[in-house]
Design a binder for this molecule. Structure first.
Ligand code: C5P
Length: 224
C-alpha cells in the first residue's frame, strides 16, 4: 500500500464558490470550478487522512473516501466548517462571496413593464478563513489559505497572511492571461513565516500532492 503520512489526522477543506441568493431563483457568486480544492481532498485521502470537504455548488465528481458536505452560501459554509471541527489541518480553497444580498426576496422578483429596476443592497459575509484562524479555542494547528491575485502576488499574499492570521498562504496569479481560473494547471508560491517557496507550474493534482507532502512534513507521521 502507498505511504499514509496523514493517517489519524483530520483534514478539513473548503472548495468551490458560494451562491448568495437574490431571490429563490437567482444568485450572485464568484467564479470557481472547485478543481484545486477537490484535488487537495483526494490527495489528503490518499495520504490516509480523514477528510471533510465542505463544498459550494460545483459540477465535479465527489472524491473517493472523502466526507463531502454540500453548502450554498458563505454563512452555511462557515456553519459547516465550525461543525466539522476539530481538525489537524484546515485548508480554505473556496472562493467565498465577500458580500451577500441584504434584502434577498422570499419570492421571485417579477419583471413588470414600467416598474423600477430592483436595487440590490449588499452586506458583508463572514470571512471563514479569518474567523477560524483567529479562534482562541479549537484553532486547527495548521491553517492554510489561498490568495488569488492579479498583480503584486507575493506582496499581497504576505499582507493576507498577517491579516487573516493563517500559517500558510498559497498564492497564485489568476490574471486572465494565465488561464488558471477554471483551468487544469496552477503555479503556486507558498508564503509562510519561513519565507517563500516557489513551486513549478503543474497540474492541480500535482500541486495538491505537493501541498500534502509539505503538510505531512510539517505535522505528519514522516516528520523528521
Ligand atoms: O481576501 P481573499 O478573498 O482574497 O482571501 C482568500 C482566502 O480567504 C481564501 O483562502 C478563501 O477561501 C478565504 N476566504 C474565506 N471567507 C471569505 C473570503 C475569503 O474563507 N469570506
Amino acid at each position: 500500500a502507498a505511504a499514509q503520512p496523514l493517517k489519524g489526522k483530520h483534514v478539513l477543506i473548503t472548495a468551490g464558490p458560494t451562491h448568495e441568493p437574490i431571490d429563490p431563483v437567482r444568485y450572485i457568486a464568484n467564479r470557481s470550478s472547485g478543481k484545486q480544492g477537490y484535488a487537495i481532498a483526494a490527495a489528503a485521502a490518499e495520504a490516509g487522512a480523514a477528510v471533510t470537504l465542505i463544498s459550494g455548488p460545483v459540477t465535479l465528481r465527489k472524491p473517493d473516501h472523502v466526507d463531502v458536505i454540500d453548502v450554498e452560501s458563505a454563512r452555511d459554509m462557515l456553519a459547516a466548517v465550525e461543525k466539522a471541527l476539530p481538525a489537524d489541518v484546515a485548508i480554505f480553497a473556496a472562493a467565498v462571496a465577500d458580500w451577500r444580498v441584504a434584502n434577498a426576496g422570499e419570492q421571485k422578483i417579477k419583471k413588470q413593464a414600467g416598474a423600477a429596476v430592483p436595487q440590490l443592497a449588499l452586506t458583508e459575509n463572514p470571512d471563514i478563513l479569518s474567523t477560524i484562524a483567529h479562534r482562541t479555542q479549537g484553532r486547527p494547528p495548521l491553517v492554510i489559505g489561498f490568495a488569488a491575485e492579479t498583480e503584486n502576488v507575493i506582496a499581497n499574499a504576505k499582507a493576507k497572511l498577517a491579516k487573516k492570521g493563517c500559517d500558510w498562504i498559497l498564492a497564485n496569479d489568476v490574471s486572465p492571461a494565465t488561464g488558471i481560473m477554471g483551468g487544469d494547471s496552477n503555479t503556486i508560491h507558498l508564503v509562510s513565516a519561513d519565507g517563500i517557496d516557489d513551486w513549478p507550474s503543474q497540474s492541480k493534482e500535482d500541486a495538491a500532492a505537493m501541498l500534502i507532502a509539505k503538510i505531512a512534513a510539517a505535522i505528519g507521521k514522516d516528520r523528521p
